[in-house]
Structure formats: structure tokens, C-alpha cells
Design a protein around this ligand. Structure first.
Ligand code: UDP
Length: 242
């Protein structure tokens, strides 16, 4: 990365640099992978590039469907230019099918189709291990107003509809995903972060039986191997479809 740009923030999977325009940032996608609140770590060569390219295509698709988001343009294969936002410290998880932590914390069996999408809120706070929180607790902590939380929930449901059919078109089942939102300089709410197999569960629909074939970060979480092959497959299917 060019030294002219100052590092503003380094997260587990991305670095954020300043841009000459004050209302923009440069986001570099890293090859690092973490799971279970960073208890498990690894590096996968090429993951940053694949997540950047996949996210860029998905953000473009969301813009076409009137979902405001921070993506402006690709700078190169693992770097994008985005609108600067003040990130809201919440992770919004939407689930269509039960899997992962939902099945560890409840009696719902993995793979159960949920009768309606379930939205879970998590507090973005590493020292507290990103706990599951409630609407009332969000209000209590004054993180955002209940009106803005409603806007975020509505956007998340709309994004789910758009992404479910986007992925179905490329033979993938959207099991669940995590979103992050922020405020731009005009105080409008925008979708930020990334949309990639790092934060979406995607199951291959090209299966003859009910076997679950994960083409997402579960390949790392559950030691299944073949993470780069899975992410490349998703990138390829998106490019073939667009
Ligand atoms: N997720 C994420 N970041 C997190 C936690 C979850 O992107 O810090 C995504 C994850 O990839 C999945 C969805 O949110 O698509 C639901 O994850 P879950 O709560 O099941 O968490 P797990 O314990 O399985 O990571």
C-alpha cells in the first residue's frame, strides 16, 4: 500500500486507509482468517482478493436494487474505495436456515428452514466477545435510536430478499449472513463492511442429495479444507452470471 495513505484502522480481515478526499476511505482486504472470536487464526493466500472482488460485485448489485452502501469502486483486486462512514457498533445477523451459533444456543436442529427470517443483534466489542444483545439493551446503551434500528432491520430484510435470489441464480443457498451499517457524513445510514463467503453461509445447491456442502468460512471453522477453491468457485459463478 502506498505510504501516502495513512492507516486509520486495522481489523481482523481488512485494513482501512485514508483517502485524499476526506469523504472516502481505501479498504484493503487481507488474507487472514479468524474464527470463534479470533481464537482460531490462519492465512489463505488469495482470500483477500476473492472477498474484495465478490463484495464489489454484490455491492454493485445492491446499488442497482436501491440499497445504499459504501462501495464506490475497485482500486485493484484486493482494494476498494468506499465512502467514509462512522460504523455503528452492531453486527446484524439474518438467518434463513438454522446453523452455527443458533444451534449451539437453542434446541433448533442444524439445517432447519426458519418459517421467517430471524434477525439477531450482536454488540461489536472484542473484549466482551461480541455478545448477543436485545433491542432493549441497544436502546439502554444509546447505540442508535429505535427509529434508526427499525431502518436497519427493514434494510436487512430487503437485502435478504435481493441476496437470496442473487445466490439462488448461481445455485447457492443463502443460509445466513452478517451485516454492518454506518452513518455517512450527511448522517444517512449506509451498508458497510463486506458481503463475502467470510460473513455469509452459502451452501451448494448442485447436490443430488441433502448433503451440506459449505462454500464459505465454515470450511475453515470446521476444518473442511478447500477454502480458496470454494471462494474461487463463488467468484467464478458470479462472473459467469453477470
Ligand atoms: N458472522 C460474521 N462475523 C462474526 C460472527 C458471525 O460474519 O463475528 C457471520 C457468519 O459467517 C454467519 C452468520 O454471521 O454467516 C451467523 O454466524 P453464527 O452466529 O452462526 O456464528 P458462528 O459461531 O457460527 O461463527
Amino acid at each position: 500500500m502506498n505510504n501516502r495513505y495513512g492507516l486509520i484502522y486495522e481489523g481482523k480481515a481488512k485494513k482501512v486507509f485514508s483517502h485524499n478526499d476526506v469523504d472516502k476511505v481505501i479498504i484493503e482486504f487481507k488474507d487472514d482468517a479468524t474464527a470463534f472470536n479470533a481464537l482460531k487464526k490462519a492465512k489463505f493466500e488469495g482470500k483477500g482478493k476473492l472477498n474484495c472482488l465478490i463484495s464489489a460485485r454484490i455491492f454493485e448489485h445492491l446499488v442497482k436494487n436501491n440499497i445504499p452502501n459504501h462501495f464506490i469502486e475497485l482500486k485493484n483486486e484486493n482494494t476498494m474505495i468506499a465512502k467514509k462512514i462512522k460504523v455503528i457498533p452492531l453486527e446484524i445477523v439474518l438467518r434463513n436456515t438454522a446453523y452455527g451459533s443458533l444451534c449451539k444456543q437453542t434446541t433448533i436442529k442444524p439445517g432447519t428452514t426458519l418459517s421467517k427470517p430471524l434477525i439477531d443483534f450482536y454488540l461489536k466489542n472484542d473484549s466482551l466477545n461480541d455478545p448477543l444483545i436485545t433491542k432493549d439493551r441497544i436502546e439502554l446503551m444509546n447505540i442508535i435510536s429505535s427509529k434508526d434500528l427499525e431502518i436497519i432491520v427493514d434494510l436487512t430484510l430487503k437485502i435478504n430478499g435481493i441476496l437470496k435470489s442473487f445466490f439462488r441464480n448461481i445455485q447457492l443457498q443463502l443460509v445466513d449472513f452478517k451485516l454492518e451499517f454506518g452513518y455517512d457524513l450527511k448522517n444517512s445510514i449506509l451498508l458497510g463492511d463486506e458481503i463475502s463467503p467470510d460473513n455469509c453461509r452459502l451452501w451448494d445447491l448442485n447436490q443430488k442429495d441433502d448433503t451440506i456442502v459449505s462454500l464459505d468460512k465454515d470450511r475453515f471453522r470446521n476444518d473442511l479444507g478447500g477454502l480458496i477453491d470454494a471462494y474461487s468457485e463463488i467468484n467464478q459463478r458470479i462472473n459467469d452470471f453477470i
